[in-house]
Design a protein around this ligand. Structure first.
Ligand code: ADP
Ligand code: MG
Length: 595
């Protein structure tokens, strides 16, 4: 059963069936009823696809998509009936209006976290709904009638069978555009939004802006669906744009599988057909009329969250061959590199940096320097303040006092994104990678700042050349650290030691002048530690400057040029490893303390 369709490219079978359906001859003739249903499935799929991007991939739950469908529908209804404007111009106006509204709403609500975001989406969903219902110009709750049918190059799309083609072409274009986006520079950043935002920022991704952008794109897809809906129906009123429809769209995305592009269509199909069936069945069973199907949907939702969080699509996907993943080209033009400082030049200067957490002084006026071409190790027992110092340098925390300079520029007030731009690449004490993405894709996130294609270019696949260069660079760095046999494995399947090496490759992909490693040897076995040591020595040999935080003194002994030892937030010793090792204060800290 597995890989049932692998020989025959299921996508082509799907497309042929899809486009033949309305015109099949007599014995197979599809009744009008099914064409109508398929039209609605298509319309809902377009909205649900936006939710896959926004909620499934980006991790932001929205109950308010129906309101954007309304903006698209009302824009064309109003302009075509009141002013006789061509529907295609009305479409453009609708999209521009939606983009503007979404930009404003998105800039406010996308900053909200946790449950405040869904609450915010409910608020805007309600307000737009009441706006449609209360504006005289929009016909209040009666809405607008007499919306003309669409026509394309002289062909009328008045019948359900003809607009069917337009609707499904839009569905397919939406699928392809989202697939394009997800396999691109901004797409990888978007996939990191859910759960790995700190990592993405450290690689130079403007996460807040990325959130707003995918919010706008999801809203535009909803508005296009609304436009098609208005011309299919010939009339609009506020009801289909209310909050309960917003919840239904979310249902569709979740049922299909909120992180799967094709799942959106599956979910829209399942819910539309089920709703249609239940709407006639339930009143007959119960002997009363009413929207009982909502109750069934509620139960379905609870069951799904209990037993199949990923939705239905993963079960279906098992029978299909796995889609192609990003592959690195054999050759590509190398990306430009920053000029590197001469060996011995002062690179990082930490000058009396201080960090207080309330009454606790986590970093107590600590000073040290890193010169180009050196490996400096910041060591000390647990709780000494090493990670806090590291976070001050990388911009994750702001120093209470003191200065930090990098290549002569003061950086202690900059965000981690700005610091990444200046040439500091970092890894994390607790590995932060995207487990279901390949090693190549994970490493390519590190090259984010070295590309420039944005969301709109990527949707249209105008980024192919740059994409090749970025992936080629990622592959080069993977080879540099010796992970090439795992290039196309899922990152989550690697043992911890190799995941740490992956993070180093990702940091190298930033083209860093200084590499910052937070406890790279933690949790590694003896052999893995040795390999890591060899890698760091080799990188140093290639001219890389490294600052590493470590509590394992033995690991850094034969590796670092100089040590900086901290205890209780204070620097207690610094200098050559052999001198520091015998320093009485250090011996006391390591033997008398936790170690
Ligand atoms: P190390 O990395 O050397 O083990 P840390 O820098 O993580 O040490 O911690 C230094 C001290 O600062 C510890 O006492 C820790 O409890 C405290 N600390 C670290 N981060 C915070 C924080 N965000 N809020 C309050 N205290 C913190
Ligand atoms: Mg630490």
């Amino acid at each position: 059963m597995k890989r049932l369709f692998s020989g025959a490219r299921p996508i082509w079978i799907f497309l042929v069936i899809l486009f033949a359906l309305p015109v099949l001859p007599h014995p197979l003739h599809v009744p009008e009823y099914w064409i109508t249903l398929l039209n609605y499935i298509g319309l809902y799929s377009i909205v649900a696809l936006g939710l896959v991007l926004l909620t499934g991939v980006g991790g932001m739950t929205s109950f308010g998509q129906a309101a954007f469908v309304g903006v698209g529908a009302y824009a064309t209804a109003y302009l075509t009936t009141q002013f006789g404007v061509s529907p295609w111009i009305a479409l453009v106006v609708g999209i521009v209006m939606t983009a503007f509204v979404a930009l404003v709403i998105g800039a406010v609500t996308m900053r909200l976290s946790g449950h405040f975001l869904p609450l915010g989406t409910i608020a805007w969903g309600l307000s737009l709904y009441y706006l449609f219902g209360n504006l005289d110009a929009l016909g209040k709750y009666d809405g607008i009638n007499g919306i003309p049918a669409l026509s394309v190059v002289g062909l009328s799309l008045a019948s359900g069978r003809s607009i069917y083609y337009l609707i499904w072409v839009v569905v397919l274009v939406s699928v392809v555009s989202i697939q394009n986006l997800l396999n691109s520079r901004p797409g990888r950043a978007i996939r990191a939004l859910r759960g790995a935002g700190v990592m993405a920022e450290a690689m130079g991704v403007h996460t807040a802006w990325m959130r707003v952008i995918i919010f706008v794109y999801a809203a535009i897809l909803a508005a296009i669906s609304g436009f098609l809906y208005a011309h299919l129906q010939g009339a609009v009123n506020p009801t289909p744009f209310g909050l309960n429809h917003g919840i239904e769209y979310l249902f569709m995305a979740v049922v299909g599988g909120v992180a799967h592009v094709w799942g959106a269509i599956l979910g829209a199909a399942i819910l539309t057909i089920l709703q249609d069936y239940l709407q006639s069945l339930l009143p007959r069973l119960l002997g009363e009329s009413g929207n009982f199907e909502i109750i069934v949907f509620g139960v379905l939702m609870v069951a799904l969250l209990q037993y199949a969080r990923q939705g239905v699509w993963p079960f279906v996907a098992r029978w299909f061959p796995r889609g192609p993943r990003a592959r690195a080209p054999e050759h590509a033009e190398a990306l430009p590199r920053q000029t590197k400082p001469a060996p011995g030049e002062p690179l990082l200067v930490v000058d009396r940096a201080r960090k207080e957490f309330g009454g606790l002084v986590a970093v107590n006026d600590v000073s040290f320097e890193v010169e180009a071409g050196q490996i400096i190790a910041l060591i000390g027992p647990n709780g000494a303040g090493k990670s806090t110092t590291f976070n001050l340098v990388t911009g994750v925390l702001q120093a209470t006092r003191g200065e930090i300079h990098f290549r002569g520029e003061r950086i202690d007030a900059l965000s981690s994104r700005e610091i990444a731009k200046r040439g500091i690449g970092r890894t994390f004490q607790h590995v932060k990678l995207l487990p279901t993405m390949t090693v190549l894709e994970n490493v390519a996130i590190g090259a984010h700042l070295r590309g420039s294609s944005g969301v709109w270019r990527s949707l249209a696949r105008l980024n192919a050349q740059e994409e090749g260069r970025l992936l080629f660079e990622a592959a080069e760095q993977i080879r540099r650290v010796g992970l090439e046999q795992h290039m196309y494995d899922e990152a989550g399947s690697l043992p911890l030691g190799q995941q740490r090496i992956l993070e180093i490759a990702r940091a190298l992909c930033c083209d860093p002048t200084l590499l910052l490693l937070d406890e790279p040897a933690a949790g590694l076995r003896y052999r893995e530690k040795q390999q890591l040591g060899e890698l760091l020595r080799r990188l140093k040999g290639e001219g890389m400057s490294i600052l590493l935080v470590e509590h394992d003194m033995d690991f850094v002994m034969n590796l670092a040029d100089r040590l900086v030892v901290m205890e209780f937030g204070t620097r207690i010793a610094h200098g050559l490893p052999e001198d520091v090792q015998n320093d009485p204060a250090v011996v006391e800290a390591y033997l008398g303390g936790v170690e």
